[in-house]
Design a protein around this ligand. Structure first.
Ligand SMILES: Nc1nc2c(ncn2[C@@H]2O[C@H](COP(=O)(O)OP(=O)(O)OP(=O)(O)O)[C@@H](O)[C@H]2O)c(=O)[nH]1
Ligand SMILES: [Mg+2]
Length: 662
């Protein structure tokens, strides 16, 4: 390294390259395992999933602030300066009127998808509507000129006038205070955003590699979609909160911070980066650069104090000058804009953190798989050793010994069959627990819980009843999770007991079944509950009585997120259930084949003992082949491990523990 930090784009490219390399290495391991018939269909599915996840990995960066702090300008400066002009509309006053996602999906031509605001009339969430693109308006994106692209993207600023009643139906101006503020001069129409959500499909190099940028409208905007708070922001890997040096930290800035960014979860706070934008407003030609610097430092300190964070978490910069400097290739201005310092923060904090998570989950999945294959090869090796021992005895050509051996293999087979019967009985109990487990976190149960809550909300006339209904919803979720955890524990203990017994009886290595935990799901649900409590007070603090429509929309956003969390938990638990028995089943299959081979060999040798020498040679060759397989497997794993442990040169030391496939 030459001491110069690489820029965001090249580091992001390096991250994508690392993912692709890892996926390719795992692909060659898979191919080799297939040629060696060491991969059962279930494990093949698992390894395929690991590869698919590496390919599809996304990094979501969200930009959050009160209106006009410069979110869109900052996105333009960070990612789109090469177009020589502003791509996303950025202007004084409210500009971005709907949450806007920038991403790239190669299956579609470049375009802008817009979801009409009218879809807010019914309760369907944006997440669900993403599966029904017929309701969206799609405009092609002409990449040939930045001007025409800019014109198309200007749609995210569109507004429309509707009667106040209609606005109410869409969830705008819900509170008494909001409604009294507008319609001052006798008008009966109000302006609302034309669109509810926008998705820009755009082949930008970083978006092609899996970056998703989420630009949001001024978050204190009246009628902000609760889904943004409950699902879009919590799924972001990095959240940038933007303040403007000219405005300072206003009451509404603080509202945004408190409602959308503060959570009691310290881990999520680490992903937040605070930007103090528009420092060019402090560039006074009559002041020395030291005096200007002192002024910026003072603002950073007071902002840190107000937000109760460390001053190091705040990046003072000028997005506008940064964009201008990049367009004009003006290095001095770029440095003065201090935009590169934010780029370094993103590369040094957000990227390595994501990489660490991806490395850890890949490692966890591979560890389980590899353990099964190692066990299988060990068992094969032991089996051949056993046969060689038998042969050794055979050499004595003592008829009694041979007969005893024949008897012994018969007994072994009988014992194995008894073990198999026990195993079959256990499978039935396993199925019962599995059903109880899947019932506990079933989507239908969640829907029923949500419907009960909706009914309770409809009959609630006071805020405290609304709160009680939603609290009950969360309590039921937590009870369901406790039941699911209990079932997981039962299943785990049962399999562990069975494999210990199996290992004792058949002298195999005892298997430790893969563990499963609902911790992630619990954390997400509790994060959702904290966000709900924050939002609830803010939303209903302003109204004396509970109102049904906004409340239902608010609650539906909570349900949407809970469904996503349950969806992930269900997928994970199903995968676990599918895979948890696989190593043991492989052991049983292998043991069965082994016994079969033993019996055959003994029988053959009992009749033609002269072939003993030739047979011993064959067995030794088999042993060599198994050893060679073990070596090739370890060589593959070494390469994968090296890739997993690869730490980027400028990454922070927080990747302390190397990931090793054990
Ligand atoms: N002087 C100065 N102006 C800036 C800077 N960054 C943004 N602006 C201006 O501030 C205004 C608002 O910027 P936007 O990017 O539209 O702000 P936003 O946060 O996206 O606002 P909404 O879309 O309304 O939520 C625009 O006129 C920008 O040109 C900056 O660093 N310095
Ligand atoms: Mg904007």
């Amino acid at each position: 390294m030459n001491g110069l930090p690489q820029n965001l784009a090249s580091r992001f490219e390096a991250y994508s390259h690392w993912r692709m390399q890892l996926a390719a290495r795992i692909g060659s391991l898979e191919q080799w395992l297939v040629t060696q018939t060491l991969l059962d269909p279930q494990s093949q599915k698992a390894i395929n999933q690991v590869r698919a996840r590496l390919h599809e990995d996304k990094l979501i960066l969200a930009f959050v602030a009160e209106f006009s702090r410069g979110k869109s300008e900052l996105i333009n400066a960070l990612f789109f300066s090469s177009y020589g002009q502003r791509l996303l509309p950025s202007s004084a006053g409210r500009t971005t009127m709907c949450p806007t996602e920038l991403l790239y999906n190669p299956q579609e031509p470049p375009c802008l998808h817009l979801l009409p605001i009218e879809t807010r009339k019914d309760k369907t969430s944006v997440a669900d509507l993403k599966h029904n693109m017929t309701l969206w308006t799609t405009l092609p994106l002409d990449l040939s000129t930045p001007e025409s692209m800019g014109q198309t993207l200007a749609h995210v600023s569109q507004l429309k006038k509707v009667p106040l009643d209609t606005a109410h139906q869409y969830g705008f101006f819900d509170t008494d205070e909001d409604a009294s503020k507008i319609l001052k001069n006798g008008e009966n129409e109000v302006e609302i955003p034309y669109w509810r959500h926008a998705i820009i499909n755009f082949p930008h190099p970083m978006l092609e590699q899996g970056l998703i940028i989420l630009d949001t409208p001024g978050l204190n905007a009246i009628g902000t979609e609760p889904e943004l708070t409950f699902s879009l922001l919590p799924s972001a890997h990095g959240v940038l909160y933007i303040l403007a040096a000219d405005a300072g930290v206003t009451k509404t800035d603080l509202d945004v911070w408190e409602e959308h960014l503060i959570s009691n979860d310290p881990a999520s706070k680490n992903g937040h980066i605070v930007v103090l934008n528009k420092i060019d407003g402090l560039w006074d030609d009559l002041k020395t650069s030291q005096a200007i610097q002192a002024e910026i430092d003072k603002q950073v300190l007071s902002t840190a104090k107000t937000l109760n964070i460390l001053p190091e978490q705040i990046y003072p910069l000028s997005a506008q000058k940064g964009l201008l400097a990049k367009i004009n290739n003006d290095q001095a201005l770029l440095e003065r804009s201090r935009l590169p310092e934010l780029e370094h923060a993103l590369t040094d904090r957000v990227l390595p953190a994501r990489r660490e998570i991806v490395a850890n989950s890949t490692q966890a999945d591979l560890t389980a798989l590899v353990r099964g294959i190692r066990d299988l090869l060990d068992m094969r090796e032991n089996g051949v050793h056993e046969q060689l021992d038998q042969l050794f005895i055979m050499r004595s050509k003592n008829k009694d010994v041979v007969l005893r051996l024949l008897e012994q293999t018969k007994e072994e087979k009988h014992a194995f069959e008894q073990g198999l019967a026990r195993y079959t009985a256990m499978r039935r109990i396993f199925t019962n627990h599995t059903n109880a487990l899947l019932d506990a976190t079933d989507m239908d149960a969640l829907r029923a819980n949500a419907n009960r809550t909706h009914l309770a909300l409809e009959s609630a006339t006071q805020t405290k009843n609304v709160r009680r209904a939603i609290d009950t919803f969360f309590m039921t979720l937590n009870e369901d999770l406790s039941e699911a955890e209990r079932q997981v524990m039962e299943i785990y203990e049962m399999i562990k007991g069975m494999s210990t017994q199996f290992a004792q009886e058949f002298k195999t290595r005892p298997l430790t079944p893969k563990q499963f935990s609902f911790d992630k799901c619990r954390r997400e649900i509790s994060r959702l509950q904290i966000a709900y409590e924050h939002r609830f007070d803010a939303l209903w603090g302003r109204t004396a009585r509970a109102k049904l429509e906004p409340m239902q929309r608010f609650f539906e956003a909570i349900v949407t997120r809970a469904k996503q969390v349950y969806g992930v938990a269900n997928r994970d638990v199903e995968n676990w259930l599918k895979n948890v028995m696989v190593p043991m089943e492989a052991q049983i299959r292998e043991r069965n084949q082994q016994l079969h081979r033993h019996q055959e060999n003994t029988r053959q040798l009992a009749t033609a003992t002269t072939e003993v020498e030739g047979h011993a040679r064959e067995l030794k060759e088999k042993l060599d082949a198994i050893k060679a397989q073990q070596n090739v497997l370890e060589a593959h794993l070494k390469i994968i491990n090296n890739l997993l442990m690869q730490i980027e040169p400028t990454a922070q030391q927080h990747i302390e523990t190397p990931t090793v496939i054990q």
